[in-house]
Design a protein around this ligand. Structure first.
Ligand code: UNU
Ligand code: FES
Ligand code: FE
Length: 438
């Protein structure tokens, strides 16, 4: 691996291409990023009842998150402490125990080892079951969004989200909150995990170009972007948080990618909810509630608020990911509206969605060009809008005009480099430090 200051240069504006290809970089990411960050696991609405569980991965570690009898959550490795087999083979469900298929050890929904076959006859009643539970993982939720971390020294989830939490509240604090509709769609893309994360955090640039045909078909208020002939930088902004999270907002465009009757119904819902939302979150964030967002929660959880797609990019080696896609809706929406939005998400950003396939091909090719030894010696460029960022009273983080910008994308790579250096959490930058230095 090259020295870190060569991998990301100029405050995130230059990336060395090896970071999209080399296995040693990928293994360092598993250690410094995926074993340390809070990673999205699932949503309260997916596992509401005692015994409900979801199996997912944190990096490449297979984990189970389960609802306990008292309503709390526990997460633990899906790997038997006897010889290592998985103890759960379904993706989600409801159970009283996880029984390993190899020798029959059984674990409770809290991960504790409950029963060992032939405990008396073969183990002489000497086995210490309390020491052989499934390895526990820190778990926490923020307004229904459930995350886990392997790092005992990681800050509390809310602090990890930093200034992003304040923005997320624009739609998490609506009466009833949000829910995710599952089971999630799953697909594989042959790309590095950072290509989709950087796209969702701040690539407004590709929308009018890569999605030109899709916008033509979809119509709606973003259709004027097609071919990148027209664009007003006052139509939105980008926000970058020191914690690595970020998003772009397009004002008054919440339902832009739900054309036709779903778009009308969704816009009516938002219009009717806005006064109540404004009461709760204030005028500034009502504007965000009515905007379209493209966003990433560092490192690999992305969503389009308004287009209602919610994704995790699960790394599977340096050139491969598993994409998990849910539909994000407000819990109090009528069922017909939720169904329409869910169908629209499948049409646009589902596995075979018309915009998803535009993106997927670009992600794969941006990774795969670096297969070439000589190509891989070079760098790629993310300098759009650099030097035009500002801090703004009342808006956490770094603000930049225009949703076609690369401010939030640079922020992601700045954080990537910061974490790859192995700094302790105390020395990693935060939204609070940024505000204090203002
Ligand atoms: O494709 C996207 N990431 C996107 C689509 C972003 C903004 C608006 C629509
Ligand atoms: Fe952006 Fe080629 S124009 S990757
Ligand atoms: Fe896209």
């Amino acid at each position: 691996m090259k020295p870190l200051d060569q991998l990301v240069q100029q405050e995130g504006a230059i990336q060395d291409r090896s970071i999209y290809w080399d296995n040693d970089v990928y293994q360092a990411e598993m250690e410094h990023i995926f074993a340390r960050c809070w990673l999205f696991l699932t949503h309260d609405s997916i596992i509401p009842e005692k015994g409900d569980y979801q199996v997912t991965t944190m990096g490449e570690d297979n984990v189970i998150v389960a609802r306990q009898a008292d309503g709390s959550l526990k997460a633990f490795l899906n790997s038997c402490t006897h010889r290592g087999n998985f103890v759960c083979f379904s993706e989600a469900g409801n159970t009283r125990s996880f029984v390993c298929p190899y020798h029959g050890w059984s674990f409770g929904i809290d991960g504790s080892l409950q029963d060992v076959p032939l405990e008396k006859q073969a183990y002489h009643q000497e086995i210490d079951k309390t020491a052989l539970g499934l390895r526990q993982i820190r778990v926490a939720s923020y307004k229904g969004l459930i995350f886990g971390t392997f790092d005992e020294s990681a800050p509390p989830l809310e602090k990890y989200l930093g200034g992003m939490a304040w923005y997320l509240d624009s739609f998490l604090d609506v009466p009833g909150g949000i829910e995710l509709i599952g089971p999630p769609m799953k697909s594989t893309l042959e790309c590095n995990w950072k290509n989709p994360s950087e796209n969702f955090i701040g690539d407004g640039y590709h929308v009018g170009w890569a999605h030109a045909s899709a916008l033509e078909i979809a119509g709606g208020s973003l259709a004027s972007m097609k071919g990148l002939n027209e664009y007003d930088k006052n139509s939105g902004l980008q926000i970058s948080l020191p914690e690595g999270h970020g998003f772009g907002a397009i004002w008054e465009c919440v339902a832009a990618l739900h054309p036709g009757p779903p778009g009308v119904a969704y816009q009516q819902w938002v219009d009717q909810r806005s006064p109540a939302v404004k009461e709760i979150v204030g005028e500034q964030r009502e504007k965000f509630y009515r905007a379209h967002w493209n966003a990433t929660i560092f490192p690999n959880c992305s969503f389009l608020y308004g287009t209602n797609t919610f994704k995790v990019w699960q790394p599977r080696g340096p050139h491969s990911i598993e994409v998990t896609t849910w539909t994000m809706v407000e819990k109090e929406m009528p069922k017909e509206l939720k169904d329409m939005i869910h169908a629209d998400n499948m049409l646009t950003f589902g596995t075979a969605g018309i915009l998803e396939s535009d993106d997927g091909e670009n992600f794969e090719n941006c990774t795969n060009s670096n297969r070439g030894h000589s190509t891989r010696q070079g760098t790629v460029y993310l300098g759009m809008g650099q030097g035009h960022e500002r801090q703004e009273a009342g808006l956490p983080g770094i603000v930049s005009d225009g949703w076609v910008n690369e401010t939030s994308t640079r922020g992601m790579y700045r954080r990537w480099a910061e974490m790859m250096s192995g700094k302790s959490w105390d020395n990693l930058s935060t939204t609070a430090d940024l505000e204090n230095n203002q």
